[in-house]
Design a protein around this ligand. Structure first.
Ligand code: PLP
Length: 430
């Protein structure tokens, strides 16, 4: 949202925040809030980490930018570390400034991969409706999820083909049929025209629905059958959010390209990356035509120093394991919220990535009508109970990976109070 100088932030419904520690944020009036969404799914190591600020400061003091034709050791070290953690440890890493750039990079990489292998007709990308892959025009063409369907910005990227994704609460198709939809789309479009399938292993924008154990392995097999690359967008799920380093591990699937961003620097400094499995990266080396693609801030030494400090915290404090343990605990507590008649579905069980969906009628799963005022009431009640994040039909819950049992208790107590208030206002009191 653009601001004019002097705009009152409150006119936009924004709070002025000035500090933070762990999952807590301090506003300008000295009130403490619980950050239930880790900013926008990214402050995974929590707010107020002095060591990340120190690492960035030290790096900027030494060298602010690696001039053309040079590289800083921090960039190499972070690339090595990310590759070692990646689903294919022999991967190559190309840094960007954020998630959208990472996805754009993956899309171009997929096209170039096929071109270098003599299949320049492959340019189409199959994605799942309702997912979110970023704000640039190409990214917007893919999912149409979140608050931006992309309709107002068309025409979008040619060759973007959307299919139905898994939704275990209101299934339009079974997960297996969803996978087969991808195969049908490839066949309809002509395999010789399809470059890649892209998906978030667990889509936040589509409502935190976890596909069953067979979906991603089936999609992997389909991609292999038709020579199509599989891109996992792990911008949210990467670096521990789901209780494993990468969410792909839950399905035992190795994607051809993985995109990451947010959690890599815990939100302290902008960063992103496209991680290419070895067989993809190899098509750009030696006698092959290189992947000519670069962003000015890709691999920025200060961003990489922040990434190194962040990964160090994640490893040293065992935050991936903590996300798994606290995620299970959070999910267990959230299940108690079924006491509220307005709670239709509680989703979770994969680390600290949960959601509570509200409905007007639990038996029919009918959502509240737009005129019910749910969104505004949720906002007001979240303010009253000191809860930052998103609320309305769906309350996504993704606190920092460093949360404690006591903090999870606190988060759920606040949400419980919000739901009680909503129940009263919407005449569905317990
Ligand atoms: N991909 C996914 C799955 C995301 O959730 C987002 C942002 O929320 C993006 C890509 C785009 O990242 P960025 O906002 O850093 O450009």
């Amino acid at each position: 949202m653009p601001y004019k100088p002097g705009d009152l932030f409150s006119e936009h419904g924004l709070k002025l925040v000035v500090g933070g520690a762990g999952p807590w944020v301090l506003d300008a009036e000295g009130r403490t809030w619980f950050d239930s969404l880790s900013g926008m799914w990214l402050t995974n190591v929590g707010h107020g980490r002095r060591e990340i600020a120190d690492a960035v400061h030290a790096q900027m003091s030494r060298l602010s930018y690696a001039p053309d034709g040079t590289v800083h050791p921090a960039t190499i070290e972070l690339a090595d570390w990310v590759a070692a953690l990646a689903p294919d440890p022999d991967s190559s890493v190309l840094f960007t400034s954020g998630g959208s750039e990472a996805v754009e990079t993956a899309l171009k990489m997929a096209r170039k991969y096929h071109r270098n292998r003599g299949e320049s007709g492959r340019f189409k990308v199959i994605s799942r409706r309702g997912s979110y892959h970023g704000a640039t025009l190409a990214c917007l063409s893919l999912g149409g999820g979140g608050s931006n369907t992309g309709v107002e910005y068309g025409p979008l990227l040619p060759g973007a083909v959307r299919v139905q994704g898994p939704d275990e609460y209101r299934p339009i198709l079974s997960d297996l049929e969803c996978a087969l939809e991808i195969e049908r789309a490839i066949l309809n479009e002509g395999p010789e025209t399809v470059a890649a399938v892209i998906g978030e292993p667990i889509s936040a924008a589509a409502g935190v629905h976890t596909p069953d154990a067979f979906y991603w392995p089936a999609v992997r097999r389909i991609c292999d059958r038709y020579g199509v690359l599989l891109i996992f967008d792990e911008v949210i799920t990467g670096f521990g959010r789901t209780g494993t380093m990468f969410a792909s591990e839950h399905w035992g699937v190795v994607p051809d390209i993985t995109t990451v961003a947010k959690g890599l620097t815990g939100g302290y400094v902008p960063i992103g990356a496209a991680i290419a499995a070895k067989h993809v990266a190899d098509t750009f080396t030696g006698a092959h035509s290189p992947f000519n693609h670069r962003f000015t801030f890709g691999g920025n030494p200060a961003a990489c120093a922040a990434g190194l400090a962040t990964l160090d915290i994640i490893e040293r404090e065992g935050l991936v394991e903590n996300a798994r343990v606290m995620g299970d605990y959070l999910y267990e507590l959230l299940l108690e919220l079924y006491d509220h008649p307005i709670v239709g579905d509680v989703r979770g069980g994969r680390g600290l990535m949960c959601a509570v969906e509200l409905v007007r009628d639990r038996s029919t799963r009918e959502p509240f009508p737009a005129g019910a005022g749910l969104q505004a009431a949720a906002r007001e009640l979240m303010d009253e109970h000191g809860l930052l994040g998103r609320g309305g039909d769906i309350f996504p819950l993704a606190p920092s990976l460093c949360v404690t049992h006591a903090e999870v208790d606190d988060l759920v107590a606040r949400l419980d109070a919000v739901l009680r208030g909503l129940g009263r206002r919407l005449r569905y009191a317990r």
